[in-house]
Design a protein around this ligand. Structure first.
Ligand SMILES: [Zn+2]
Length: 600
């Protein structure tokens, strides 16, 4: 009961409201800026009353395909004919044709897919469009295109079998493809006048290669229109989508355009231990309103912003903790060692992140270590380990608490150590690090080349999950493939890990038997509402990840009266991951206005 109490879980099966913590202010208040003044002056509109029923019907008449045969009832499971647009789909399409760009914080289950398919048809004088989708949506793309295409006038699909003159061409590309080396000029080759992003948070990091390519194209072709849709634009910071808002809405963006103002607003809006007082941002708020809510209200009232504020589903979502029996004492001791910096086989960690990762693995009953496929002699391995351990320890100590430029990661420290030991001596501007253990380690570090291997310490969690899997029908969610395989084997059910084949196979499941699924591979986009029960064996700490994978089963089309989720929180590491996820879910709910499934 101790963990249960601290988590704020009521005795009732559903999750109780999170406790509002008094903010700890430790930064300068947000100042007045030209951006704030611009945003305050933007006209406000109420999307709910912006379009009439007549507008929606006229749009539907324009986009509806001529009546003909369709295969909806023959689909598995059978689906109803999508003959009407949902309210938010119609709003997004009407608003896009009026404004010429969309920032759409639209939750899962609101039909973002059809919205993206129809977008080129309504965007004024659109000729060539690109739709970016996550790679895991590709397996179901063709089926969805056919399903909607039987009822709606869709654009020409680039490379498709049919071409109708006069209609725009739509290229469908995965975000992964945009990351490939050969995709460096991909957008330049297609030359779209409209870019549509489904699950736009895939382009949240301007430092990544894919986002860099996307930004570069808009810089060269600033008249390109952008439609960006996502249920979770910001999972940790408003920085995650300020650039998308700017490209979609330009001067009409409800987020700051200047990078330093985005940073400044983040100090008041983003989750963190030390937050800034809202200061001048108070002007966005009604008396007594939280700054996040004032910001969200201002954003959603902006032209070009189409947001859903209600959950797509009023079915009950029941989240409850699961304690898979007593955790073996040996594991608890090893977890404690891991947090102190040491792996069960004596390996010394360099960074906190590695310690946390190892503690999470141990909470599941195993840890990753190495094996030696090249057959290096044991005495060499021993010497290699001793020197490596000494080196790692020195790096660990050096990194503790200090975060200096050019010296703030193991890789950078290694470079600094190399500079310190150069002959002739290094004379550049970058710092050097006279690490005592470097010379011995550098002599030997290439001599041994291990490969990772999972070492099982206990099957207690595997057995518990297998028992769950055998006693009911549902999805067992896991982070680690080796764990997924073990549970599946013990329970006699399939495991679906990464890759295209697994993605196609899990979609064919009818919901009559339990499956084990990788969170990473299957937590976004897929319709898995044939299942209504979930077991989360290794709870992730990211609120957006939770939102995504809970929406696989808690979504429209769910036939069961409620969706149930059992979460293993038997160690401090898993308990903390779940608590962190709920904190982040609260940030998302307050700034995005998307009701989060982790919160009641
Ligand atoms: Zn149909």
């Amino acid at each position: 009961m101790r963990l249960l109490d601290r988590l704020g879980l009521a005795p009732s099966p559903s999750v109780a409201p999170p406790v509002e913590r008094a903010p700890v202010y430790g930064r300068a208040p947000v100042g007045y800026s030209a951006d704030l003044s611009r945003i305050l002056a933007l006209p406000r509109r109420d999307l709910a009353t912006a379009y009439s029923e007549t507008d929606v019907e006229a749009l539907e008449a324009q986009l509806r395909a001529p009546p003909g045969p369709c295969g909806c009832v023959a689909m598995s499971p059978p689906r109803t004919c999508p003959t009407r647009l949902r309210r938010v789909q119609a709003q997004a399409l009407l608003e896009a044709s009026r404004v010429g760009g969309i920032l759409g914080p639209i939750g899962t289950g609101h039909g973002k897919e059809l919205t993206t398919f129809l977008m080129p048809m309504v965007m004024p004088s659109c000729r060539v469009a690109v739709l970016f989708i996550p790679a895991n949506l590709l397996p179901q793309f063709e089926a969805e295109w056919g399903y909607y295409g039987a009822h709606w006038r869709l654009p020409n699909l680039a490379g498709g079998r049919w071409f109708r003159a006069g209609l725009p061409v739509l290229h469908v590309v995965t975000y992964n493809k945009l990351s490939n080396q050969e995709a460096t000029d991909l957008l330049e080759r297609i030359r779209p006048d409209l870019v549509i992003l489904n699950e736009a948070h895939n382009l949240k990091d301007p430092r990544s290669a894919r986002t860099g390519r996307f930004l570069r194209y808009f810089e060269k072709h600033p008249r390109t229109r952008l439609v960006a849709l996502s249920g979770t634009f910001a999972s940790k910071s408003i920085k995650d989508y300020a650039h998308l808002s700017r490209l979609a809405l330009g001067e009409g963006s409800p987020l700051p355009l200047a990078h330093h103002v985005v940073e400044e607003w983040g100090t008041a809006l983003d989750p963190g231990k030390v937050v800034a007082p809202p200061g001048a941002m108070d002007r966005l708020c009604e008396p007594g309103e939280h700054v996040r809510e004032g910001f969200q209200r201002r954003r959603n009232a902006t032209r070009g912003v189409v947001a859903t504020e209600e959950s797509a589903l009023d079915k009950q979502l029941i989240i409850r903790p699961r304690y898979p029996g007593p955790v073996p004492a040996q594991l608890l001791a090893l977890i404690e060692f891991a947090h102190a910096g040491e792996r069960p086989d004596g390996e010394q960690f360099q960074e906190q992140l590695q310690a946390v990762a190892c503690a999470r693995q141990l909470s599941a009953g195993f840890y990753h270590r190495w094996r030696y496929p090249r057959g290096e002699p044991p005495e060499l391995i021993e010497q290699w380990f001793a020197r490596r351990k000494a080196w790692n320890k020195e790096v660990w100590e050096e990194l503790k608490g200090k975060r200096r430029e050019h010296l703030d990661s193991p890789g950078l420290l290694t470079k600094a150590a190399i500079r310190a030991h150069m002959t002739p001596p290094y004379e550049g501007d970058k710092p050097v690090w006279h690490a005592g253990t470097w010379s011995e380690w550098s002599e030997i570090h290439n001599a041994v080349q291990p490969e990772p291997q999972a070492v099982w310490m206990s099957d207690f969690l595997v057995m518990d999950a297998a028992e769950w899997a055998r006693s009911r029908v549902g999805i067992v969610w896991v982070e680690y493939p080796e764990m997924g395989e073990r549970i599946a084997k013990a329970a006699g059910v399939p495991f679906y890990g990464g890759g295209k084949t697994a993605s196609e196979a899990i979609l064919r499941e009818t919901g009559s038997r339990t499956v084990v699924a990788s969170i990473k591979a299957h937590s976004t986009g897929k319709n898995l509402q044939q299942f209504s029960r979930n077991l989360v064996v290794t709870p992730p700490s990211d609120g957006a990840t939770w939102e995504q994978f809970l929406a696989r089963t808690h979504r429209p089309g769910q036939q069961a009266p409620s969706v149930e989720v059992d979460v293993c929180i038997h160690t401090q590491d898993y308990f903390k991951a779940f608590a962190t996820a709920r904190e982040r879910a609260q940030f998302i709910q307050q700034t995005e206005g998307q009701p989060q499934k982790l919160l009641p």
